[in-house]
Write a protein that binds this ligand. Structure first.
Ligand code: NZQ
Ligand code: ZN
Length: 386
């Protein structure tokens, strides 16, 4: 195994009714709370009223309307609200978008310049407000990691800011909040969880046997419970297993002893930056084609291992097994009801070169990913997805 540091300071409160703990826990950090949420699902589900009931002794300010693929303009608004109202704590209620915006706001609240500066130069971030989250969609793992992905609508960049100070202080993960998710969000969220595990699994092993076996268990959990959650939205067993898998899927547990840069995420982030599509939908389209593109004598053993250990494929020949595993993956996304091509979601080849260039420029694709990719390679993968 490679050397590693592993420190996840987020306090997780998992299970039905855990939201009640906020009444006491937030108070340890102050009384002035900025509530950050999205387009209104929390009002429809009643969670908004519940938050006010639990936080009846607090002074609450609000930033609503956080977009899926959260925008820099929302972060700017949030940072202003924090400065103006002397906010003590940020409470994000929602999914990765509300949580990511909150993380960026948390450090922008202590910075005098434009929040985008912090994305471009993380050393400018010196301090962050404590972040609490109440998770309503399981997908990104943002509830238990230090990353935030923000879209700059002016430059069409979608970039990550990741700093230890941005780990949420406490996250409430109540699987019953997932019951109201629309099918497409359940499917896209499951695809995102799977992709996070793939990004860490498809790397050189470096002797990290335990890490690969944990990843395979997490993948099997998604393949088992994704379809059940879709068919039975109120199935607690399915929702709870997926919810915990999303958190451990990207708290870097599955990177332990391994490493390397990610492949499909930077390619997808350009799709959602240019076309504002749902992140998990982009990943589901790209992943099988990326797998086919990078399958070679150098990678076939790992793809065959995936096929045998996760899908129980018995083929003795590595290439036959690997291809069967890739086909199963593609079929799984299809059966979740996710689109299989870029054409289906209205994306053509007109911006492929620009997106591919950006994907390589802003990531470790050409230097540290499992199979190193040039912009020309990325264009070919986009074309395979048409
Ligand atoms: O905005 P509202 O009205 O709340 O509706 C949301 C939104 O439309 C809806 N929703 C959420 N919970 C619901 C619900 N509807 C009904 N019932 C519920 N319980 O679902 C939609 C999607 O929400 P969003 O927060 O955008 O989803 P997600 O958690 O997938 O976050 C996506 C964002 O996170 C980034 C993505 O790129 C994207 O911008 N990522 C963040 C990462 C991280 N911080 O570590 C890593 C990921 O790879 C990813 O890049
Ligand atoms: Zn993701």
């Amino acid at each position: 195994m490679n050397r590693f540091d592993f420190c996840v300071p987020t306090d997780i409160r998992f299970g039905e009714g855990q939201v009640e703990c906020l009444a006491k826990e937030i108070g340890k950090y102050g009384s002035r709370v900025l509530l950050v949420y999205g387009g209104g699902s929390i009002k429809k589900t009643g969670l908004y009223d519940k938050i006010y009931e639990v936080l009846k002794d607090y002074q609450i300010y609000e930033l609503s309307g956080i977009e899926p693929n959260p925008k820099l303009s929302s972060v700017r608004k949030g940072a202003e609200l924090c400065k103006k109202n002397d906010i003590d704590v940020i409470l994000a209620v929602g999914g990765g978008s509300s949580i990511d915006a909150s993380k960026h706001i948390a450090c922008a609240a202590f910075y005098d310049g434009d929040p985008w500066d912090l994305v471009l130069d993380k050393t400018l971030a010196t301090k962050a407000l404590p972040i609490f989250t109440v998770l309503t969609i399981c997908a990104t793992g943002s509830e238990m990691n230090p990353g935030a992905v923000i879209s700059n609508e002016e430059t069409k960049e979608k970039l990550e800011i990741s700093l230890p100070m941005l780990y949420p202080t406490l996250s409430v993960c109540d699987p019953t909040y997932l019951y109201t998710l629309p099918p497409m969000q359940t499917a896209a969220g499951t695809a995102d969880i799977i992709s996070h595990i793939f990004e860490q699994y498809f790397q050189p092993n470096d002797g990290a046997y335990i890490t690969d076996r944990l990843s395979e268990a997490a993948l099997k959990t998604c393949f088992k419970y994704g379809p059940i959650a879709l068919k039975e939205p109120q199935n607690y067993e399915a929702r709870s297993n997926l919810m915990w898998t999303s958190s451990i899927g990207l708290n870097h547990l599955f990177t332990v002893g391994k490493g390397g840069a990610w492949s499909v995420h930077p390619i997808e982030h350009e799709l959602s930056a240019f076309y504002d599509i749902t992140h998990g939908v982009g990943l589901a389209i790209l992943t099988p084609q990326w797998m086919r593109y990078v399958l070679s004598d150098n990678t076939v053993a790992r793809f065959a291992m995936y096929a045998r250990n996760v899908w129980d494929i018995k083929e003795a020949d590595d290439y036959v097994a690997a291809n069967a595993g890739i086909d199963k993956t593609e079929k799984f996304f299809h059966e979740l009801g996710l689109p299989g091509t870029l054409t289906e979601i209205g994306i053509d080849d007109s911006q492929f070169t620009e997106m591919a260039t950006e994907a390589v420029r802003t990531s470790g694709l050409s230097t540290r990913s499992y199979v190193k990719l040039t912009p020309e390679d990325v264009v070919k993968i986009y074309k395979m997805c048409l």
